[in-house]
Design a protein around this ligand. Structure first.
Ligand SMILES: Nc1ncnc2c1ncn2[C@@H]1O[C@H](COP(=O)(O)OP(=O)(O)OP(=O)(O)O)[C@@H](O)[C@H]1O
Ligand SMILES: [Mg+2]
Length: 474
């Protein structure tokens, strides 16, 4: 790799030098379709002569390699990718990522799928395609395609040129893409004891999946106490868009919730992380929308989120009686049960698991222990805790002795971004890698950056990472 050039910000964040100005030229499309009839139809309906002056098809490709090569050679703004193209299965993910991280400007991928094609739209979405149309590419499908291009290309440009864009997946890293071995999941980080690190872990896990790995991740702060996950994330969101107002919408919409209703409540953090804020006061948590209707609402919420999120990370607080956290525990694919070495922590959990077992099966395949603030000097033996609680160990996170956890909280910047070299950070990364294995390599690359001399960088990093909290009403 050649020596880095440019400003510090560019060195660290690989920020693209060019920014697309007001658009005067048509979007350049490279069409990757195995079907020639479709291909000629697409070309025929695009361009000024066909009444679609905003988009021109500049090339076509019949294999994935060709699509990549032509997209670069023709300085495409967007490619249309069919999953039936030879090479898709082996290299589709890599292509989409490489194109998105193309310098100086991203090349957007849109999909075209055969009608009634089951999982293809989802697969394309998982790979990073920003939308799809259903073939054959007749006039109406082409019109949809043009709309998608008009919406998605500027959006991708904006993301890439935003100061908050962190291209962890740069050119080299883009080669490290989904190699299978992961699945969409809902993960709850729970404990019956307060102050054990539930929120710390939930926030940093969500940041690794959503920001660093760039998978669509929603952090749901379902702590009715109330929660304060947003405080670790620069105060993201506002008090008028919390889980409570969403529950009110659910109630006033005849107990229905669609993804479109949920999305406005998700406050965007960096990358692909979105946050649903907690109630602001315990009083809200006691309102009928979250109590009497709480279980139905939480089911509907998770149903909606699971339609579009890769990962849902829930911080349910310490309750196991309130219907919202209780339903979250029911529904999570995995519950990370946080336990610390202070004896009160396993004691409290032991007391909670018994009544909880009456509510649901505490399946050791679904409930697993995370030992946090682990400190062997305290004498609590992990083996004994595992035996007493009858739950397996999932991970061990050490006690941070230099106060970086609290420092990161006070700086409103997640630990894993602020202190990438810290041993505790490496442990959280290892934990998150269980959910998304490519994170290991992505992190290795990011971690190398973190090892660069940081003198004078602190302020810069803070500036770049800091989000202005949205205006609040109180
Ligand atoms: N591994 C760790 N090393 C050092 N300090 C930690 C560690 N994990 C958490 N902490 C500290 O423990 C405190 C409680 O963490 P956190 O707020 O995440 O706990 P919680 O379980 O969510 O608490 P609550 O029940 O109040 O919601 C915080 O001050 C945090 O900085
Ligand atoms: Mg908490």
């Amino acid at each position: 790799m050649s020596a880095p050039t440019g400003t510090l910000a560019e060195q660290i964040f690989d920020r693209p030098a060019a920014v697309k100005q007001e658009r005067t030229k048509p979007y350049r499309l490279v069409v990757g379709l195995p079907d020639w009839t479709d291909l000629s139809a697409a070309i025929q309906h695009l361009g000024p002569e066909a009444g679609n002056p905003d988009v021109v098809a500049v090339a076509n490709a019949s294999t994935l390699t060709e699509l990549h090569e032509k997209a670069l050679a023709h300085e495409a703004d967007v490619v249309l990718l069919s999953p039936l193209l030879p090479g898709f299965k082996e290299s589709g993910a890599e292509l989409v990522q490489r194109l998105y991280h193309h310098d100086p400007l991203p090349i957007v991928t849109l999909g075209v799928v055969p009608p009634g094609s089951g999982d293809w739209p989802q697969t394309l979405h998982d790979l990073g395609a920003r939308g799809h149309v259903v073939g054959p590419l007749r006039e109406d499908a082409v019109a949809q395609l043009v709309d998608l291009i008009r919406a998605q290309v500027p959006r991708a440009d904006q993301e890439r040129t935003s100061v908050r864009h962190i291209p962890y997946l740069d050119r080299q890293t883009a080669a490290i893409v989904d190699r299978g071995g992961w699945q969409r999941q809902t993960i709850a980080v729970w404990s019956a004891k307060g102050g054990v690190g539930k929120t710390f872990l939930a926030v940093n896990l969500a940041v690794l999946l959503g920001v660093v790995a760039n998978k669509f991740t929603v952090l749901v702060d379902a702590d009715m106490a109330p929660g304060e996950a947003h405080l670790w994330l620069g105060g993201v969101g506002d008090r008028d868009h919390t889980i409570y107002q969403l529950a009110q919408d659910f109630a006033s919409n005849g107990n229905q919730l669609t993804p479109a209703m949920v999305k406005p409540y998700l406050a965007p953090y960096q990358g692909n992380l979105h946050v649903l804020r907690s109630v602001v006061t315990p009083t809200w948590g006691g309102m009928p929308e979250l109590t009497r209707q709480g279980a139905a609402f939480t089911h509907a919420l998770l149903n909606a989120l699971q339609q579009f999120a890769d990962f849902v990370v829930i911080d349910p607080g310490l309750s196991y009686t309130h219907p919202v956290p209780l339903t979250a525990l029911h529904r999570a694919d995995l519950v990370l049960v946080v336990v610390t070495p202070a004896i009160a922590s396993p004691y409290r959990l032991h007391g909670a698991l018994e009544p909880l077992r009456r509510e649901m099966e505490i399946d050791p395949a679904r409930f697993k222990l995370v030992f946090n603030r682990h400190n062997p000097h305290l004498g609590t033996k992990r083996k004994e805790v595992v035996d007493v609680l009858k739950l397996p160990e999932f991970a061990v996170l050490s006690q941070d002795v230099e106060d970086e956890v609290d420092l990161s909280q006070n700086a409103q910047e997640p630990l894993v971004l602020r202190y990438p070299k810290l041993a505790l950070t490496q442990e959280v990364v290892a934990l998150a890698t269980n959910f998304y294995p490519p994170l290991r390599d992505i992190w290795a690359r990011y971690g190398t950056r973190g090892l660069r001399p940081r003198s004078g960088l602190g302020d810069l990093l803070r500036q770049v990472f800091r989000r202005q909290p949205r205006a609040t009403t109180a």
